[in-house]
Design a protein around this ligand. Structure first.
Ligand SMILES: Cc1ncc(CN)c(N)n1
Length: 203
């Protein structure tokens, strides 16, 4: 079992709640109220802004060029992702500069950025968890929404298509094949809990 598999296996009681969360299911079947999607757009835009700083920090900690190549690809992908957020926010008349992130969002991004001080092993486990959580949630949206089509197609394509799945697999590979360290296990558990509370706060 790889480190990534072991970390996920330990969260088997929590992880499925991400892909089965009411917010995710309502996004999939098209019943999500517009106001809830607006809330998510503002909160997740704020999250991604901080996430890019975190990812840049992980890149500076990475021990070799192969890892840095993977991480640099992740940073590059955030440019079109942020454009997608900002265009959708503008279409909806929402101003991200006027949005104060919730305490839950601020706690999550604060935890993420603080994990950089624990070094590459922990920060890379946090990164894997953050990205795997969205891959799994948005893959559920894609699978359930496929028949009906979706208003959220661009967001589905961002996180549930092959390039992102391949990137997340690469992030898992970067963790290596050993048993996770205790610090990685604790940090990964925190990511799972933060992801659930992020969705909970939006419904
Ligand atoms: C809360 C959250 N978790 C993960 C991701 C994927 N980077 C995100 N955009 N937002």
């Amino acid at each position: 079992m790889t480190r990534a598999e072991a970390l996920l296996a330990e969260q088997a009681a929590v992880w499925p709640a991400l892909a089965e969360h009411p917010f995710v299911l309502a996004t999939a079947d098209g019943t999500l109220p517009e106001a809830a999607f607006d809330r998510w757009l503002l909160e997740d835009h704020a999250f991604v802004v901080e996430f890019r700083r975190f990812l840049a920090g992980v890149l500076t900690l990475a021990p070799d060029e192969a890892s840095r190549d993977v991480l640099a690809g992740g940073i590059a992908a955030l440019t079109p992702e942020l454009t997608l957020f900002r265009e959708e926010l503008a279409r909806r008349g929402l101003d991200p500069a006027a949005h104060t992130p919730s305490l839950g969002c601020a706690s999550y991004t604060g935890f993420m950025l603080a994990s950089l001080h624990d070094g590459y092993e922990v920060a890379s486990a946090v990164l894997y968890g953050v990205e795997k959580a969205y891959l799994d949630a948005w893959t559920t949206v894609r699978e359930r929404a496929a028949a009906a089509g979706s208003r959220y197609r661009e967001f589905i394509d961002n996180w549930a298509a092959e390039p992102f799945a391949a990137y997340v697999a690469d992030l898992g590979t970067l963790l290596g094949g050993d048993h996770p360290t205790e610090a990685q296990r604790v940090a990964f558990g925190r990511v799972a809990a933060f992801e659930v509370q992020f969705w909970d706060a939006l419904v």
